[in-house]
Design a protein around this ligand. Structure first.
Ligand code: NAD
Ligand code: UFG
Length: 335
């Protein structure tokens, strides 16, 4: 199939492009490079040893999107493009609502005009709010505490309404848990701007000596050791989840959790990272981070049942691959 991948130069998008190419699909990337670099597109092609078509455009630009749909016979869309920093969304709500909602509407309008009925959307476990773990797709959505989460919940509703009104339209709403790790080649991975907000990139930068020590946000949660528990999923597994979702789309809107079903605490992750990479991660316990919940992990059985997909890589592989990418940022592709 010819797949339009918006945000394909980004962290999850780039890994998904390599998985799509490996599975025999053709890839057209639309990305404005607001949080990525064009060299990632070159790296995707190096890894897959295949060409991709790249458009440096903004997905909210309806004319630019129309041009792509006119020029290419698109069979399906995977929509990653979006702003994703929770804290920033509180300070710049309009940027988040505009970018994340308008992009979804522009793309679905083009899909309707050109008869494209396969759509896969990047949602987030954040839409569950502070529900009881494990989070399961049948749970009612709780209000999220930030505009970013609201854009995901709203986009899910928009896409569900479109599918309800147009029975030919198939959409998979993929709720990611905590994507970490990098491609085994060390060529593509996560490269946040400035000081990382997320745990794994912070840990890799401590390991590299770029940051002094990890601050563990709270050790008084009701969890195994008092620190926050999350469902970390290797980005390579997540990428395969997109291929499975795309290839198993059926009419209507379908929600899937993409997680491992395993909760890992902050201190357990630190220990796994030290074991996997033989490095020391100094840390200190500080106050809880506002807005954090104690535990977030998936019931991942629906994706396994309906898509035949399950995460395969464990926390050690996630730590090893994240560190290889950070350590060998300019490393060569290992065949
Ligand atoms: P990322 O920032 O690495 O990738 C997003 C890509 O989209 C970037 O390359 C950026 O340049 C591009 N982009 C943003 N707005 C655009 C626009 N208007 N037009 C064209 N391109 C645009 O982020 P990621 O971690 O790969 O996340 C991908 C998607 O998954 C996002 O929608 C994000 O909200 C969602 N998600 C991410 C996580 C996570 O922890 N990484 C968790 C849940 C959901
Ligand atoms: N943490 C620390 N120190 C840090 C960073 C994080 O102790 O420097 C802790 C957090 O308190 C939390 C855990 O590590 O307990 C994970 O935090 P992350 O920031 O890595 O991830 P979150 O679960 O807070 O959020 C992520 C994405 C969101 C997404 C959410 C659910 O950043 O966009 O997962 O999918 F919505």
């Amino acid at each position: 199939m010819n797949i339009l991948v918006t945000g394909g130069a980004g962290y999850i998008g780039s890994h998904t492009c390599t998985a799509l190419l490996k599975a025999g699909h053709s890839v057209i990337i639309a990305d404005n490079l607001s949080n990525s670099k064009s060299e990632t597109v070159r790296k995707i092609m190096d890894i897959a040893d295949k060409e991709v078509t790249f458009y440096e455009i903004d997905v909210t630009d309806a004319e630019a999107i129309d041009t792509i749909f006119r020029k290419h016979k698109i069979d399906g869309v995977i929509h990653f493009a979006g702003l994703k920093a929770v804290g920033e969304s509180v300070d710049k709500p309009l940027d988040y609502y505009y970018n994340n909602i308008v992009s979804t509407m522009v793309l679905t309008k083009a899909c309707q005009k050109y008869g494209v009925n396969r759509f896969v959307f990047s949602s987030s476990a954040t839409v569950y709010g502070d529900n009881k773990v494990p989070f399961v797709e049948t749970m009612g959505l709780l209000p999220t505490t930030n505009p970013y989460g609201e854009t995901k919940a709203m986009s899910e509703r928009i896409l569900t309404d479109i599918a309800n009104a147009n029975p030919a339209f198939s959409v998979s709403l993929l709720r990611y848990f905590n994507p970490v790790g990098a491609h085994w080649s060390g060529l593509i991975g996560e490269r946040p701007n400035g000081i990382p907000n997320n745990l794994m990139p912070y840990v890799t930068q401590v390991a590299k000596g770029k940051l002094g020590k990890l601050r563990v946000f709270g050790n008084d949660y009701l969890t195994v050791d008092g620190t926050g528990v999350r469902d970390y999923i290797h980005v390579a597994d997540l990428a395969e989840g997109h291929v499975a979702a795309l290839e198993n789309l059926t009419e209507g809107a379908h929600v899937y959790n993409l997680g491992t079903g395993q909760g890992t605490s902050v201190l357990e992750l630190v220990k796994a990272f030290e074991e996997a990479n033989d490095v020391k991660i100094p840390y200190e316990i500080v106050d809880r981070r506002p807005g954090d919940i104690a535990s977030c992990y998936a019931d991942a059985s629906k994706a396994e049942r309906e898509l035949g997909w399950e995460a395969k890589l464990d926390i050690i592989a996630m730590c090893r691959d994240a560190w290889r990418f950070e350590k060998n940022y300019k490393g060569k592709l290992r065949k």
